[in-house]
Design a protein around this ligand. Structure first.
Ligand code: F6P
Length: 320
């Protein structure tokens, strides 16, 4: 394989730039040419791409966001859109593609490889950590660390005023950001889409913690359940402690990637290009039990994310 394309798609995630760098440098190492496709699948359809050199990826390992920019491209779900993308790939002589993105982006990659025979490798880049085949996605660790920083600050002010903080984090269908930031920040309660919440039980946990000498409470709510505002409104009539909502929002998608995300990015990017170099396409890369793995893309996108109930129970036992 002599020429490959690379794009980032869907919501950006810290570590995408570090992965771009790893893909470009590995490809150059193997004597391949790389085109950086801008604005995800939209840019692929519009033939918006630039040749990437060794120095095009200098000084980006530490940067959040994606230098290739990104888009949520609904046109990629249509046959017309897919044909436009394939036309560009053929016209440019691109023999393989690396797609960095989440679930939706992988579905586009699956179509390109399955229906149009273009060898494609997916790198999981999303803060959501909602892909079952991999233990971690790129950006999740940094996003959780950003949430922790904010929750730590909320704990300071909530304790001073003896209040309850309701913190909304991202995650429409997957509660992993809430679960991990809840455990790691010492939040007493998390509310996730995977588990139906019970207001009486939450009030009981708050009262029990106050009775044992606690001066504040943190409730982390995943956005897929409801907004912090709405949750605070529902809770307030059941408690005399003042409830204050905070939505972390897009702040958790930005920022310099953590060590863990940079390490993943280096290994995912390197592995993706090694696969293409060996003529292997239609795979996704990931990490399982601390080992870098690859898997059939069709199998990977068909797996349903399983919520970690053991971690949820751990939080219930140790946060009070
Ligand atoms: O998929 C990543 C994600 O950050 C989700 O957690 C969130 O629900 C969504 O993107 C927000 O999307 P947008 O930035 O397009 O509003």
């Amino acid at each position: 394989m002599k020429r490959i394309g690379l794009l980032t798609s869907g919501g950006d995630a810290p570590g995408m730039n570090a992965a771009i760098r790893a893909v470009v440098r590995t490809a150059i190492y193997y004597g391949m040419e790389v085109y950086g496709i801008q604005r995800g699948y939209s840019g692929l359809m519009d033939d918006d791409m630039i040749p990437m050199e060794m120095r095009s990826v200098s000084n980006i390992v530490q940067c959040g966001g994606t230098k290739l920019r990104t888009a949520r491209c609904l046109e990629m779900l249509t046959v017309e859109g897919q044909k436009k993308a394939v036309d560009t790939i053929k016209r440019r002589g691109i023999e393989g593609l690396v797609v960095i993105g989440g679930d939706g982006s992988f579905r586009g990659a699956k179509v390109l490889s399955e229906t149009y025979g273009i060898p494609t490798i997916g790198i999981p880049g999303t803060i959501d950590n909602d892909l079952e085949y991999t233990d971690y996605t790129l950006g999740f660790d940094t996003a959780v660390n950003t949430c922790l920083d904010i929750i730590n600050k909320l704990r300071d002010t909530m304790t001073s005023h003896e209040r309850i903080s309701v913190v909304e984090v991202m995650g429409r269908h997957c509660g992993d950001i809430a679960l991990y930031s809840g455990i790691a920040s010492g939040a007493e309660i998390i509310v996730v889409p995977e588990i139906k919440f019970n207001l009486d039980d939450i009030v009981m946990r708050i009262n029990r913690s106050r009775a044992s000498g606690k001066h504040s409470n943190i409730i982390v709510v995943a956005e897929g359940v409801m907004s912090a505002d709405e949750f605070a409104k529902q809770l307030q009539p059941y408690t005399s402690y003042p409830v204050r909502p905070t939505c972390i929002g897009h702040v958790q998608r930005g920022g310099s990637p953590s060590m863990a995300d940079r390490m993943l990015a280096a290994q995912f990017g390197n592995k993706a290009v090694r696969l293409l170099k060996d003529g292997i396409g239609n795979r996704v890369v990931g990490i399982k039990d601390n080992k870098i793995i690859d898997m059939d893309i069709i199998e990977a996108v068909s797996m349903k994310k399983v919520f970690n109930h053991e971690l949820y129970e751990t939080l219930q036992m140790i946060s009070m």
